[in-house]
Design a protein around this ligand. Sequence first.
Ligand SMILES: [Zn+2]
Length: 291
Amino acid sequence: MPELPEVEVTRRCVAPLFEGRQIAQLRTTRDSYFFRTKPRALQRRLKQRTVQKLTRRGKYLIASLDDGSTLVLHLGMTGQLFGEGVSSPRLLSATARASLDPEKQESFKPDAHTHLQFEFADGGPRVFFRDVRKFGKVHWLAPDQEDPRLAKLGPDALKITGRQLARSLSSRKTPIKSLLLDQSVLAGVGNIYADEALFHAGIDPRRAGADLKAEECQALVKAVRRVLRRSIQTGGSSISDYINPDGADGQFQDERCVYGLTGQPCSQCQSPIQRLRQGQRSTHYCPACQI
Ligand SMILES: [Zn+2]
């Protein structure tokens, strides 16, 4: 599932293909739950609009259009947003991929899962939104309209300050691990990054949010930023992974200290990494380093 780093890597890749270009036409698949704005309306609203800026909030991508309206894109579980001409063998099934040698892998052709095809007035490369499982979403917003999901989001995980975090944790008895995953506290932290950040900050995942001291909130936002930035960097160097439907987190996987490493010795103290259930999720931590 794309997490903040993958969404940010996607944004950096496709922003140059969107920004400053006028949309000539949008092709879509038939109406489905992917479309929070109906295909017809979407086609009408986007025709001849110029994309001014592509930004990100949490895991949402937001295209600002020249008439003041916005287009909100969410990659969901398997969404892929990419430009034409990307040679992407990972878009093919494993068997199809195995039967092709690298030189013969053609660039992507829109298929039945390609829900959005942006065509531009300059006739240059198109941009595709493909989503096999359709958990992704597209939503057009009028200039004065607000997306209720966006309105509920807390500060972006890369931008939140220690003080902001301390304030929103101040009366919470919920374990800090669960609060890190709460998108209204901070937007964009998934399970792997929450576990890794708590390890780097030396904080026990079971502690109540309100129990964290100001210095600990400071250390935690720094750790969150560190793991996210590092993942963005490695995601940038293994760019094809972000369009991999089964994809994990690129090379960041190799740099994990606790996530998915139950029973292995901690890199700092050699104690075995422990696993526990919190809410519906697994938490991995070092009982000696995290207090
Ligand atoms: Zn340890």
